[in-house]
Design a protein around this ligand. Structure first.
Ligand SMILES: C[S@@+](CC[C@H](N)C(=O)[O-])C[C@H]1O[C@@H](n2cnc3c(N)ncnc32)[C@H](O)[C@@H]1O
Length: 288
């Protein structure tokens, strides 16, 4: 898939976020990975190709989508599949490789690689991509590249955040980052038109998939409970920002978060500071 890579990964913001992303999201997104893996396994169980399946996880991050697939395949004794995963961030990939080593699965492995330019066509029976497409600078192009790499009747299993209103934890983090940078408060009514939330409302998703030639087979909404032990854990996604490491600025961010929780979500913290922000993700299963 077309991606240009520099040799120096230190400027890749995903690499700076890799450890925090793994700690914060991998446990909280498990229902999403389980759902994606379920549809990948179902396709392989159908044995429609009568041969070895080729599966690619694109933008694998710390590897949870592909490692969940590997584990579900093992549980179902399905080994006729070659698993590959790519990401443009070396920091993310090294976490994924480490986690694969720890699994010590005797039956299946994953070939991890940095995303490279590729003009291959009809390579994969299944491509999974979890929470990647809406972050792409050219989303249509990424969907076209994936389409080209899928074999005829191949399956794309892709997950997205739907509307900012349905992903309160993400909306709060984005609002705090903006507030700390500019002092401005994003009003709830501004959320919809704000592309920086990296959400794909349903009509956008359907139209972009259909425009690129996919047939949408399944549309699944996954509930994510999203518990947080305290505000600092929620805000840790903003770790690269200077204010996160400056105690007085950090307190300002925490106060603003408490205000949003109280005024917009009618949420008071429990005495142990914990709270929950139930969220939703969407899994689209589409065929070529
Ligand atoms: C929100 S994370 C999702 C990680 C993982 N798929 C998951 O669901 O946990 C987005 C990932 O997409 C990767 N990414 C973003 N743009 C990419 C691109 N053009 N090519 C490959 N990977 C990309 C990032 O490095 C990051 O690891």
């Amino acid at each position: 898939m077309a991606t240009t890579e520099s040799d120096d990964d230190s400027s890749n913001e995903w690499s700076q976020l890799a450890q925090t992303y793994q700690d914060l999201f991998v446990p909280r997104l498990q229902p999403l990975y389980d759902t994606m893996a379920h549809y990948a396994v179902k396709k392989i169980q159908s044995n429609d190709t009568k041969g070895e399946y080729q599966l690619l996880d694109y933008g694998t991050g710390p590897g949870e989508p592909i490692l969940t697939i590997l584990q579900q395949l093992t549980t179902n004794h399905l080994y006729n599949v070659k698993l590959q995963a790519t990401d443009s961030s070396r920091g993310m990939l090294s976490l994924a490789e480490e986690r694969l080593r720890k699994l010590k699965n005797p039956y299946l492995t994953v070939n991890f690689s940095i995303t490279h330019d590729s003009s291959n066509t009809n390579d994969y029976d299944i491509i999974t991509t979890s929470l990647v497409l809406p972050y792409a600078s050219n989303q249509g192009q990424m969907l076209r590249d994936i389409f080209q790499q899928l074999k005829p009747n191949g399956l794309l299993i892709s997950s997205h955040w739907p509307h900012p209103e349905q992903v309160p934890f993400l909306a709060i983090i984005k609002r705090i980052i903006k507030f700390m940078a500019t002092g401005e408060r994003i009003d709830k009514s501004d959320l919809e038109s704000n592309v920086s939330f990296c959400c794909w409302p349903e009509e956008i998703t359907r139209s972009i998939f259909v425009t690129e030639g996919y047939t949408i087979e399944q549309w699944i909404t996954v509930d994510l409970p999203m518990p947080f032990p305290d505000i600092r854990t929620l805000l840790s996604l903003a770790r690269p920002f200077k204010w996160f490491r400056d105690s007085s600025l950090y307190l300002e961010a925490e106060e603003e978060t408490k205000r949003i929780l109280r005024e917009d979500f009618h949420l008071e913290l429990q005495s142990n500071e914990s709270f929950e922000l139930p969220s939703k993700a969407v899994v689209v299963v589409a065929s070529k």
